[in-house]
Ligand binder design. Structure first.
Ligand code: IPE
Ligand code: IPE
Ligand code: MG
Length: 246
């Protein structure tokens, strides 16, 4: 078990993003319905949110529901949306106690009204919290985000607001759902799958990737600390040579 004292406090990733995967397989292994896995996954969410706040992570982004997840059976989608509402109601306390601001990215218009209203309420209530920003990716798809970005910029170009040759990384960043977030430093995916599944494609350009076999409902803060310890042993060269960095 990794203790947070083992971490180098001078090299804590500024932005961690997590693909929380494996709820269904966790439930299946136990002979339970998939919903039980999603329910249990909320405990892991609390663990990583509190663990991240404890060690001074400034930005934590959790992939909770993808644009592709709308294609799951209606019953499962409904369960996930209900769980979102109940978790928001329950966890507002955790957010306030830990001075955490809630943020959301994705096509939020597609969420059921109840979920959207609850989400907006928690975002509003926590907007002055400044210890950490917790971003939930809901009905989020990176390609959809990029299409939206290109459309918005195109309209500005057409209306003469932006000149095409002035389009740069900063302009693109400003039009993404993640406009207020720094680039991802560490991307974690649980459950053994080694893919990105349409998550933050632009924003992870230079992220360190960490894959673990642990199924999301079993993920605990010590597993988060282990991922960070692993991250701290890496050399982020950003295209340079090792010699240039030292
Ligand atoms: C992650 O667990 C939760 C969501 C994608 C909403 P899954 O439900 O994908 O679990 P597996 O991958 O089927 O085990
Ligand atoms: C990615 O998990 C989306 C979330 C964790 C919310 P999926 O389980 O939907 O991804 P695939 O389908 O295995 O790539
Ligand atoms: Mg999955």
């Amino acid at each position: 078990m990794i203790d947070k004292k083992q971490l180098d406090s001078n090299n804590i990733p500024r932005h961690i993003a997590i693909i929380m995967d494996g709820n269904g397989r966790w439930a299946k292994k136990k002979g339970l319905f998939r919903a039980a896995g999603h329910e249990k996954g909320t405990k892991a969410v609390r663990e990583v949110v509190e663990g991240s706040a404890e060690i001074g992570i400034k930005h934590l982004t959790l992939y909770a529901f993808s644009t592709e997840n709308w294609n799951r059976p209606k019953l499962e989608v409904d369960t996930l949306m209900k769980l979102l509402v109940s978790s928001l109601k329950k966890e507002i306390k955790t957010l306030q106690e830990n001075n955490i601001q809630l943020n959301a990215i994705g096509n939020l218009q597609n969420l059921p009204k109840k979920a959207r209203v609850e989400l907006m309420e928690v975002i509003e209530k926590t907007k002055s919290n400044d210890h950490m920003v917790l971003t939930l990716a809901l009905s989020y798809g990176s390609r959809e985000e990029l299409i939206k970005t290109i459309e918005e910029i195109s309209i500005k170009v057409k209306n003469g607001v932006i000149s095409p040759h002035l389009i740069n990384e900063a302009v693109i960043n400003e039009h993404l759902y993640t406009k207020n977030l720094p680039d991802v430093d560490l991307l974690i995916r649980t459950s053994g799958e080694q893919r990105i599944s349409n998550f933050l494609l632009w924003q992870i350009a230079y992220a360190e990737l960490y894959f673990t076999e642990i199924l999301w409902p079993d993920f605990r803060r010590t597993d988060l600390f282990e991922a960070i310890l692993n991250y701290q042993k890496r050399e982020r060269r950003f295209g340079k040579t090792s010699e240039q960095l030292s």
